[in-house]
Design a protein around this ligand. Sequence first.
Ligand SMILES: [Zn+2]
Length: 415
Amino acid sequence: MNQRLDPHSLTVNGGRLWQSLMDLAQIGATPKGGVKRIALTELDRQGRDQFVAWCEASGLTVTVDAIGNIFARRPGTDPAAAPVMSGSHIDTQPSGGKYDGCYGVLAALEVCRTLNDYGIATRAPIEVAVWTNEEGSRFTPVMTGSGVFAGRYTVAHARAQKDVDGITLGQALDAIGYAGSAPPGKPVAAYFEAHIEQGPVLENANKVIGVVTGGLGQRWFDMTVTGMEAHAGPTPMHLRRDALQGATLIMQAIDAIGRTQADTRGTVGYVKVEPNSRNVIPGKVSFSADLRAADAATLDGMERRFRDTVATVCAERKLDYTIEPTVNFPPTPFAPECMNAVREAALRLGYTHMELVSGAGHDAIHVADLCPAAMIFVPCKDGISHNEIEDAKPEDLTAGCNVLLHAMLERAGVV
Ligand SMILES: [Zn+2]
C-alpha cells in the first residue's frame, strides 16, 4: 500500500537471501563445503528451528502438519482466499550441497521479507512450505511430505517406513518434535518452486532462468537375461548362449531409445553379471532400465520399442528373459497460467530464459496434483548437485528469486 512504489519495479534483497543460504548451510556443514542434514535427524531439527525462527521474526504464522511439513503464512487481505504457496525442502543427501532445496525455501522466505520491507499487501495469503523427507536418502519414498500432502500416500503409510536402523519415520518425526496437528492437504491457489537446475542445460545455453514445463514421466524396469554358463575355451562361438552379449545389445538399444528426442532419456544404471568370472561365458545378467519422456504417448512408444528389442535379441540368441516394472510415474505437465507468470516475470525483469523439462523429481510434481503449479530453475555450476561441490552464482539465485516474487504477486494480486 506504498503509494510511491510500482510493484513491477520491486526486487528482492539478494544479499540477505545469500546470507540466509550460508547461515542455514552451517547446520550440518561438511569439511568440503557441503551439507549433511539428513531428514528427521537432530540436524534437520536444528535447520527447521532456524527456519521457523526466521519466519516468526518476519511476522509469519507457522503451522506444522501431521507429516512434519511446515507452512509459514503471510496473510492476505481476502480471508477466504487460498494461499499462493512456494517452497521446497531443507533435508540433504549424505554428501549434499548448500542449494538443493534450501534455495527454494529461502527464496520463498525472501519473497515474504521483501513484501514486508515495502509494506506490500496481497489479496491472497503467501505461504512458504518446507516439505518433509524430499531426498529419500533415509526413508523411502522420496518426496514423502509433498506426496502425503497431495494424497498419494497416507500419513500412516509414511510413518511406518523404516530407515536402515529400523527406526520408523513416525518415531523420528516424533523425536524431533515436528509431528504437527494439522491434517495434510488443503486448498492452494497456486504453487511455485524455485530450484537449482541440477543439470547442465541452462549453463550450456548461457541462460539465467529456466521456465520449467513439467516433470518427465518415468518407467523403471528390473531385467534379467539368462543363457548358459560354460567354459570360455571349449565352447565355440556359434554354440554359446552368452547372456552378457545379449544384454549389451539391449543396453545399447535403451541408450538409442533415449536419444530419439530432446526430452527423452534411456539409462542402464545397474548391472550384475553372473558368475562374473574371466573364463566363464556369463550365464545371467540382471540390469535396470530407466525410460523417461514428457508425455505418455512417447513413453508408450519407448516401452514398446524396448520390449520388442528384448524379445528379438533373446530369440536370436536363444536367451530367456524377465522384465519387471518397478516404478511408473506419469508425466506432469505444469499449469500454463503458472508457467506464463514465470515467463512474463523473466521477460519484464530482462533475464535470459528458456523452457526446459525437469528430469528429476521435485515436490512441485506432487503439489501439481492439487493446484496449478510451476517451477523456476537457475543454473548450477557444471550442472552438478547431490555433491558437496554443488555451486551457484549469487546473481543467478537473486534473479530466480525476483522471478519468483513477481510470479507469486501476479497470482496473489497486489492490493
Ligand atoms: Zn531438491
